[in-house]
Design a protein around this ligand. Structure first.
Ligand SMILES: Nc1ncnc2c1ncn2[C@@H]1O[C@H](COP(=O)(O)OP(=O)(O)OP(=O)(O)O)[C@@H](O)[C@H]1O
Length: 363
């Protein structure tokens, strides 16, 4: 396994790119640590496949370098990069048995028979497909085929990285959670560097120790699932992660204080000096509650989602969502919303622009 470094990477599909908008990947600098479980998360078109293809060698970047353990591989073709890939659709040989499918990547490399047998049986046991080893792959269900595809990606222990590109696309929804947790478990056992590409936050957050969130060809935040939830570095991360996503409300700054719809809102800590641009307040629905005072709002929608209620209220033309326990208000009712101060942050032009009070007092 290897540490993978992306250095000043940029890629444009155009022959003569001019502005940043001509780049499918804007400046990307990233270190993927040896043995880490990473997710690359972002909406369709944000540049995930472009980045994956650059790492695997299918695409040579317009600018920058890719290093495996410090060695420049930017110009190396895929077959010399020693990478395993699992795609959206199962890549297996229907006419072969499950055993032979799993053994294939090892046979190809001239691995000895005893090692092949040991490794195939280990992987089959991890994937819970031992009872299928002698069956022909043609007869398997789509999810079992994809399991075997994953097994083929994991069977070699000498690859630099295993990359999964939306691997659960073909899996039935009710089986997805099973394979999702299986993959996490596999990472813990195999300890390979793994990159899991998806647009699905649940998949990313379940699988990864660190999630790389991309938007419009840019990495907007790298963090643990908890970090992304608790302190989104960008409003996009706030929106994209969470259900419902973070409330992002238009705001004004005056003398270091933030105002929404003319009313001061208590913040996690000071606003960064010199903050300008489009100012917004971000607070997750989990940290919005009802009180006797606070922001006056009209309830527009109440959804009972089992363990709690989600309400959408309107204040000053903005929608504010809250996750509430206990008794839900009625649609049309006027309520007062309170934001938990230590979870209320300022964003300027999308980027976080306030600092937690504790960090400041520790400084
Ligand atoms: N071969 C290509 N030629 C020209 N433009 C491309 C090519 N491949 C991708 N693009 C453009 O580059 C940008 C990033 O695309 P990319 O496929 O990397 O995103 P993605 O996040 O993987 O999306 P998806 O999940 O839909 O595959 C998009 O604007 C896309 O239209």
């Amino acid at each position: 396994m290897a540490k993978i470094t992306l250095k000043n990477l940029r890629h444009s599909y155009m022959p003569n790119p001019k502005g940043p908008e001509d780049y499918a990947l804007k400046e990307v600098d990233l270190d993927w640590q040896d043995g880490g479980a990473y997710a690359l998360l972002g909406p369709s078109g944000c540049g995930k496949s472009t980045l994956l293809n650059i790492i695997s060698g299918l695409l040579v970047p317009s600018e920058g370098q890719i290093l495996f353990d410090g060695q420049d591989v930017t110009q190396l073709p895929p077959d010399q990069r020693n990478i395993a890939q699992v795609f959206q659709f199962p890549v297996i040989y229907d006419t072969m048995t499950v055993y032979d499918n799993l053994a294939f990547p090892l046979k190809n490399r001239g691995v000895d028979q005893a090692t092949i047998d040991r490794r195939v049986r280990e992987i089959a046991e991890m994937l819970e497909v031992t009872d299928m080893l002698n069956r022909r792959a043609a007869g398997l269900s789509p999810d079992n085929k994809q399991k075997i595809s994953m097994g083929r990606g994991l069977v070699r222990d000498d690859v630099n990285v295993v990359m999964f590109d939306e691997p659960l696309t073909v899996i039935d929804p009710h089986l997805k959670w099973k394979l999702r947790s299986k993959l996490k478990e596999l990472h813990q056992r195999v300890k390979a560097t793994m990159i899991y590409v998806t647009h699905d936050q649940t998949e990313a957050l379940t699988f990864a120790d660190k999630v790389v969130v991309m938007q419009l060809g840019e990495v907007v935040q790298i963090g643990t699932p908890v970090e992304l939830f608790e302190r989104p570095a960008h409003t996009f991360v706030g929106h994209f992660i969470g259900s419902p996503g973070m409330n992002v409300l238009p705001a004004e700054l005056r003398d270091g204080a933030a105002y929404f719809h003319g009313q001061q809102v208590a913040l996690e800590g000071p606003v960064n000096p010199g903050t300008t641009g489009k100012v917004e307040i971000g607070v997750r629905p989990e940290f919005v509650s009802l009180g006797d005072s606070g922001i006056e709002a009209t309830v527009r929608r109440v959804s009972d989602v089992g363990r709690h209620y989600v309400i959408d209220a309107e204040a000053g033309g903005s929608k504010i969502s809250a996750i509430l326990n206990g008794t839900a208000p009625m649609v049309g009712e006027t309520v007062h919303l309170q934001f938990r101060a230590d979870q209320t942050r300022v964003y300027a032009d999308g980027w976080i622009a306030s600092t937690p009070a504790t960090e400041e007092s520790a400084a």
